[in-house]
Design a protein around this ligand. Sequence first.
Ligand SMILES: C=C(O[C@H]1C=CC=C(C(=O)O)[C@@H]1O)C(=O)O
Length: 354
Amino acid sequence: MKVSSESFYNKVLEHFNTKLPFVIYNKPNSNRISGLLQKNDDVYNTVNYKESGFIFAPFDVEKEAILIPLNHSESIECYKEVTSKNVFSIKNISYHSEKENHIHLVEKTINEIKNSEIKKIVISRKKEVLIEDFDFVSIFKKLVYKYPQAFCYVWYHPKVGLWVGATPETLLTLNNKEFETMALAGTQKYEGSINVLWGEKEKEEQALVTSSIIENIKPIASAIDVSEVQTVKAGSLLHLKTAIKGQIENASIKDFVSSLHPTPAVCGLPMKAAKDFIIKNEGYNREFYTGFLGALNFENEKTELFVNLRCMQYVENKKLALYVGGGITKDSNATLEWDETENKTKTMLDVLTK
Ligand SMILES: C=C(O[C@H]1C=CC=C(C(=O)O)[C@@H]1O)C(=O)O
């Protein structure tokens, strides 16, 4: 049902105040805001990916993905019309050892890569801040306005939590048999132009993601088309991206998603060894960060899934957790990797404070 943006956000707030699950989102380059308001507070899971609804899946595939089912929800829509000028007061809760810990872990990761068959591991951290007067509607309006090329969302379930994000990375779009995915990796700051030079480390890191995705989907895809590597802007950052398209052959959505997730853009290569290293060494639970989310089997069998990057979680009384990471290879520099995670936190912090 299409409504005015005022009644859209009023409805969503009312829903939130009655502690019912919902998701609101804006797809890349779309002027439409969509909402799915679940009518009860049950936790539904995806079993075989044949369900229709909005999926919210964690990084760890051993853990269950949550579904807001279409058949238990009201769908609403409005046009992207308004932004918000609200700025929030943010206080850093800095742990004095945060930087040292991250640098130490990146150095340990580089050593592991040099002394094993592992080529890449994505190392991440959680940055916590205190926020006054948290208001997800204002934050969402600002995200949508500031990052029109991202997939922006607020997802809430009273039994799971509240997540907000603006991700530049598509995991999978599937329209009947036609699929599209991408290899996104390598990061530098945007300084006014996308015509930039990239270092060998970034080029190699991104090429690893592309070749691994192609290798993994080959058995279940045909007519695979791989684009040139391009530089793309994501907020105040630039990344390298290769678009990969084709046709899905004799495979279910579940098989296809399993062949992609977690890609080396969020986990590493080889996947299993990198994942074991991450779980053993990162020292915190990623939960839904670097998982994926989006429409599963929407009308006309459309599936559009995004990797949950540049996101944050409203933890409890006034606390926000921002999640950021970066790909480590044998040529990484630990201090620069710390700087990169700091730059990545700005995607969210800029929206809160400017
Ligand atoms: C893991 C993240 O980004 C990934 C996506 C693009 C570039 C990345 C990089 O340069 O390391 C990461 O692979 C993150 O934003 O937390």
